[in-house]
Design a protein around this ligand. Structure first.
Ligand SMILES: [Zn+2]
Ligand SMILES: [Zn+2]
Length: 320
């Protein structure tokens, strides 16, 4: 059972709602956008476009729950997750991915008394902008579906040139649309580097219950996307650690991804890598680059999630 956002009674449909069936066809997204381009999208527009769907949003620090219309939530999360000044098609693609995640995970925090939290565990909202309201409105009510059910999608900051297969990180997330695909838009991006002494690495690993004295770090294996799947910690017990666990131990903002190589310079280990984040699903930086070279939201989404279709929520199995 996967479904869905609760609904609340709506007011009588406005003239605007009569336009919304036009959105049912993906090709209508562009036409609707140009019609609306000059008109700022208001909170009331987003509430009407939500058709009664709401998100009970829990604050990660206070636990306070705020109930907001779905499309307002989408506009706010696009503001939190998109690149600044991202082109329109990539903001629309992100809006659809964000709405899809919210729809598929609407019961994630049922035990906490809300739908989704406002931290990185779920999706992070910020203040909506004119552009993010536009992206939510232009794609309102549409999600990614696979074989008639809402897809279980994830997205990541920057894949570095090759996205990751979800099961490499989350063994249960076995879906054909979450497999590694090449992303040919990152060639001119510089790689990141990080240097740590063996002592610093050992200290960072101490919470991971290792014993012994670290004398070397080696890549033990890579997965099909080229990311480090296991790392060898010479001198420690246990000697092998999963690549993503190693990244988490050293800090996910330090080791920006597991797509790295290693060099040893005396007592120092230098990591040189590409991308930022787990790399699963849509790549937010790559989506922006694709939009800049003229790709549509539909093309962007089906590149990163092969086999999915943009579908109105109302057409999904079990939806209300
Ligand atoms: Zn959460
Ligand atoms: Zn990418």
């Amino acid at each position: 059972m996967r479904h869905v956002l609760r609904t609340v009674p709506t007011r009588a449909p406005s003239a605007l709602l009569l336009v919304l069936p036009l959105l049912a066809a993906t090709s209508a997204l562009v036409a609707t956008r140009s019609i609306r381009a000059q008109v700022a999208i208001s909170d009331a527009d987003l509430e009407r476009a939500s058709e009664g769907r709401v998100i009970a949003l829990g604050n990660v620090s206070s636990g306070r729950v705020t109930t907001i219309p779905l499309e307002m939530y989408v506009a706010r999360v696009v503001a939190g997750e998109a690149e600044p000044a991202a082109p329109e098609a990539s903001q629309q693609a992100l809006a659809i991915a964000i709405r899809t995640f919210a729809t598929a995970n609407g019961r994630r925090h049922a035990r906490d008394g809300f739908d989704l939290c406002d931290g990185t565990h779920c999706q992070v909202p910020r203040n909506a902008t004119a552009a993010t309201r536009q992206a939510a409105f232009a794609t309102a009510g549409h999600v990614l579906a696979f074989e008639g059910a809402v897809a279980d999608v994830y997205y990541s900051a920057n894949c570095g040139g090759q996205t990751e297969t979800a099961t490499e990180v989350w063994p249960r997330a076995s879906y054909p649309y979450l497999r590694s695909v090449p992303d040919d838009v990152h060639e001119d991006e510089p790689s990141w580097t990080l240097e740590r002494t063996l002592t610093q690495i050992q200290q960072a690993l101490e919470r991971a219950n290792v014993t012994g004295r670290l004398t070397g770090v080696e890549i033990a294996s890579r997965n099909d996307s080229g990311r480090v799947s296991r790392i060898r910690l010479v001198g420690l017990q246990p000697e092998l650690m999963a690549g993503d666990a190693f990244r988490a131990a050293l800090g996910t903002t330090s080791i920006r991804s597991t797509a790295f190589t290693l060099d040893r310079l005396g007592d120092v280990v230098r990591f040189t890598g590409r991308g930022y984040g787990h790399g699963i699903g849509m790549c937010v930086v790559g989506a922006g680059r694709r939009a800049r070279r003229g790709e549509s939201a539909d093309s962007i989404l089906t590149t990163y999630y092969p086999g999915v279709r943009i579908t109105p929520i109302a057409m999904l199995t079990g939806s209300r």
